[in-house]
Design a protein around this ligand. Structure first.
Ligand SMILES: *Cc1c(COP(=O)(O)O)cnc(C)c1O
Length: 408
C-alpha cells in the first residue's frame, strides 16, 4: 500500500501533438490534437532525475505506482487502483535457440487479466483528476473490460460498444463489471463512430485507443518495469503483439526518457511489431517504406486483441520500429496456435493467442536470420490464456464399468 499512501512530486510540463509538436496545457481535458494526432505527455525529466534515484525506486513496493514520478497523476487521492503488480519474467529455456535467453513478460497477471489494465488505470485516474464522470469506448474486448472495472471502482458511468465477433467472455465481463455494453453488427471502426456521435449528445469522454493521452503513459510502465527488472541493462529484442500499438509506443517512450536522464546507456532494444497475416497493416506499411498504414480490408485472426485494421498512431508505431532498428512481421493463425500449444506443453506457460503470436514470430525470425540465437529476446504475453477458447478435451472414465488401468 505504501506506493499509494505517499504523496510525491509530479513533473508533467505539457502535452505535445505527436505530429506537429504543438504544445497543449497540462491539467486540462484533451482528446486528439487539432490535426487529429495523438497527444504525447512531456515531463521535466531532469527534475525527475533530481527527485528520485534508481535505488530509491527499487526500494519501493513492486508495482506500477513505484514509477510515480514518471507518471501524470498529480494527487494520490485520484489514483484508481486494483493492485497493478510488477509482472514476472518467465524464462522459456527449452524453446530458446542458443546462448541468448528467451523470456516471456507475463502480463496476464494484471487486474482484469490483461495489460489493458496498465493503460486504463492511468486513463481512469486522470479522468477522475480532470472531473470526468462518463466514459465511452469501442473495444474488441480486453480494453473494455479494464475500463469497466476501473471506472466502476471510481464511480463513473461507462458506455462500451463491441463488434459482434468480440469474444463472449469479454462482453460478459464488461457487463459484469457494471458497464453499459452493446454488441454491434459492424466492425471496430463502426463502434468508434457510435462513440464519436454519442459523445456529442451525451458528453461522454472518448477513451478510444490513443484518442486520450494517458493510456500510453500507463503502458509506458512496461518499459520502465522491464528496465528495472533487467537492472537497467535492456534486452536485445522485444517482440510486441501490435494492434493499436499503445504498448509499443509507450515502451519506446519509456526507453527515451530513461536514456535522457542517463539511467540506461548504449543500444536500446530492437522493437519488433508482431501482427497476424489476416490483419497486418503495419507490416505492409513497414515493408513498403510508408509512414502511414492503409486500412486492412476483411481483417480476421484468432488473436482478437491485434485485429485492428487501422491504427490512429500508425506513424508512431512505424517510427519506433524504425528508430530502434527493429522490424514488423506477420505470423499465420496456424503458427500462433501451434506456438501456444508448444509453450504450454513444454513450459507450462499458457499464453493468449496474441502472446503466442510473439513466440511464433521469434521462431520465424530465427529462421529468417533477423534475430540471432545468442540474443536475449523478450516476448509480451498480454493477457491470461484462460480468457480464450482452448482445444476440446473428451477423455472420460465411466465408473459404471470396470476401470481399465492398462489404458492410462
Ligand atoms: C490490446 C491487446 C493487444 C494489442 O495492444 P496494443 O498496445 O493496443 O497494440 C495485444 N494483445 C492483447 C491480449 C490485447 O488485449
Amino acid at each position: 500500500m505504501q506506493n499509494l499512501t505517499t504523496d510525491r512530486p509530479t513533473f508533467v510540463t505539457h502535452l505535445e501533438c505527436g505530429k506537429t509538436g504543438t504544445h497543449y496545457a497540462a491539467d486540462q481535458l484533451h482528446g486528439l490534437s487539432e490535426v487529429g494526432s495523438p497527444l504525447i505527455v512531456r515531463y521535466d525529466l531532469q527534475g525527475i532525475a533530481k527527485a528520485v534515484s534508481k535505488d530509491e525506486l527499487q526500494s519501493r513496493p513492486a508495482d506500477l505506482w513505484r514509477y510515480r514520478e514518471f507518471l501524470p497523476v498529480r494527487r494520490t487521492s485520484n489514483i484508481v487502483s486494483l493492485g497493478e503488480i510488477m509482472t514476472p519474467l518467465i524464462e522459456l529455456a527449452s524453446l530458446q535457440a542458443g546462448q541468448g535467453r528467451l523470456i516471456v513478460k507475463d502480463e496476464g497477471r494484471l487486474p482484469t487479466g490483461s495489460f489493458k489494465a496498465r493503460g486504463l488505470c492511468m486513463a481512469v485516474s486522470m479522468a477522475k483528476e480532470l472531473g470526468v464522470t462518463k466514459l465511452a469506448m469501442p473495444t474488441n474486448g480486453n480494453a473494455g473490460a479494464a475500463m469497466a472495472a476501473y471506472a466502476s471502482r471510481a464511480g463513473m458511468e461507462t458506455f462500451i460498444f463491441c463488434p459482434d465477433d468480440t469474444p463472449e467472455i469479454n462482453v460478459r465481463e464488461i457487463a459484469a463489471q457494471g458497464a453499459k455494453v452493446w454488441r454491434v453488427n459492424g466492425l471496430i471502426n463502426d463502434c468508434g463512430k457510435l462513440v464519436g456521435e454519442g459523445k456529442e449528445i451525451h458528453k461522454w469522454f472518448d477513451c478510444s485507443t490513443l484518442k486520450e493521452p494517458y493510456r500510453i503513459e500507463g503502458k509506458k510502465t512496461m518499459g520502465l518495469e522491464l528496465a528495472d527488472q533487467f537492472d537497467w541493462d535492456l534486452p536485445d529484442v522485444i517482440f510486441y503483439p501490435t494492434g493499436g500499438g499503445t504498448g509499443l509506443i509507450g515502451m519506446w517512450k519509456a526507453f527515451q526518457e530513461l536514456k535522457a536522464i542517463g539511467w540506461v546507456k548504449g543500444r536500446l532494444p530492437r522493437m519488433v511489431a508482431v501482427q497476424a497475416t489476416g490483419c497486418a497493416p503495419i507490416v505492409k506499411a513497414y515493408d513498403n517504406q510508408q509512414q502511414h498504414a492503409e486500412l486492412w480490408p476483411n481483417a480476421h485472426t484468432v488473436a482478437a486483441g491485434i485485429r485492428v485494421p487501422a491504427a490512429i498512431g500508425d506513424f508512431l508505431i512505424l517510427d519506433a520500429v524504425r528508430e530502434s532498428d527493429g522490424f514488423a512481421t506477420a505470423v499465420t493463425d496456424e503458427a500462433i496456435l501451434s506456438a501456444r500449444d508448444e509453450a504450454s506443453r513444454k513450459e507450462g506457460m499458457l499464453m493468449c493467442p496474441e502472446g503466442a503470436a510473439t513466440l511464433a514470430a521469434y521462431q520465424q525470425e530465427l529462421e529468417s536470420g533477423r534475430v540471432s540465437a545468442d540474443e536475449t529476446c523478450v516476448l509480451f504475453n498480454c493477457a491470461t490464456g484462460l480468457k480464450y477458447p482452448l482445444p476440446a478435451m473428451d477423455e472420460r472414465i465411466d465408473l459404471s464399468e470396470p476401470v481399465d488401468f492398462a489404458s492410462f
